[in-house]
Design a protein. Structure first.
Length: 329
């Protein structure tokens, strides 16, 4: 009996060790993604391919957390613009594959968690080539969560490729930037050049921590908050404005806001181009607003997504400092 107990204990310890190794690898992949370097895409693809090569073996469990993190990373870093799609060498096939093709393979052969992550990623980077497999999963998969995520992915693909009357490439970049698993669309970018999204700020490694989110607004060059800067510069430059509400414009926040603005508008920052409003708090329609501007000539999927994530994180931190954690969104 003692030997049986000892064997069970050793197995539990072995499983705990393998679980910790799996979590460490996931954190390593997440750290790579946070850096935001597109040159890490091949490593993310390779991580996912390693999982796909294991099939249904026991080894798949140890690779799964990193594989899911890699899928989410591909949704963040891959530029799905048709002219920017690249092919990569993989261990899955002799010929090169795109990130979309590898994620599609995960949708077909992964377990429910991997399939759900793959469906969400295809909503961000997938093309019409992914529709058939998403439709099949949405209709026939046994798991309700997988079906729901496939349905959402199909909607996102349709929205991304929906024609607009304005600059189609510009609009496509904006739409693709916020089609991310941690971003929920409240208002779709359309002919009025405005979108509103809810950004999830929850840390996957923080168990038991209440999920936080920050609402972010994206507006085109007609944003009335830019009028003072237009008058001052008289150069006709057009901007994409990414902003969030950090609290009400109350007198009780005056000293704190002045201190924050003083820190953010140090003389060194004023020498940088396009920094005249970056990171400072302003007042608009009775609210304290944090905003970031991107000149239209610099607008890409990556610059928009980085601005959204930066504004959401900073806005949440400032809101916590001002309000003591009371949500104003």
């Amino acid at each position: 009996m003692a030997s049986v107990d000892q064997t069970s204990r050793e197995q539990r310890q072995e499983n705990m060790g393998s679980d910790e190794t799996a979590l460490q690898e996931r954190r390593r992949i997440q750290k790579i993604v946070r850096v935001g370097d597109e040159r890490s895409i091949p490593e993310l693809i390779n991580t996912l391919c390693q999982y796909l090569k294991t099939g249904s073996s026991q080894n798949a469990r140890g690779i799964e957390p990193a594989a899911i993190a890699a899928i989410k990373g591909l949704a963040t870093l891959v530029d799905p613009t048709p002219s920017q799609v690249k092919e990569y060498k993989t261990i899955l096939a002799e010929k090169k594959l795109t990130a979309e093709q590898v994620v599609r393979a995960a949708l077909n052969v992964g377990n429910n968690r991997v399939q759900g992550a793959a469906a969400e990623a295809l909503g961000v980077i997938g093309s019409y080539a992914s529709r058939d497999e998403l439709i099949e999963r949405e209709q026939f998969d046994k798991n309700a969560s997988v079906r729901a995520r496939c349905k959402m992915a199909l909607r996102r693909i349709e929205r991304r490729f929906k024609p607009t009357s304005g600059n189609s490439s510009f609009s496509a970049a904006v739409k693709t930037a916020y089609m991310s698993p941690d971003m929920d669309v409240i208002k779709e970018w359309d002919d009025d050049n405005e979108a509103e999204i809810n950004v999830s700020l929850a840390d996957e490694d923080q168990l038991g921590v209440a999920a936080r989110s920050q609402r972010v607004r994206i507006t085109g060059h007609n944003d009335p908050r830019m009028e003072s800067q237009r008058t001052a510069f008289q150069d006709g430059l057009d901007y994409l404005v990414v902003s969030t509400v950090c609290g009400t414009a109350s007198e009780k926040y005056f000293n704190a806001v002045m201190k924050m603005n003083g820190q953010r508008l140090a003389s060194a920052t004023l020498t940088k181009p396009f920094q005249f409003v970056q990171g400072s708090l302003g007042v608009f329609e009775g609210n304290l607003i944090l905003l970031q501007t991107i000149p239209n000539s610099f607008v890409t999927i990556q610059t928009i997504r980085q601005a959204i994530e930066s504004i959401a994180q900073s806005g949440d931190q400032i809101e916590n400092e001002l309000t003591g954690g009371q949500d104003t969104q």
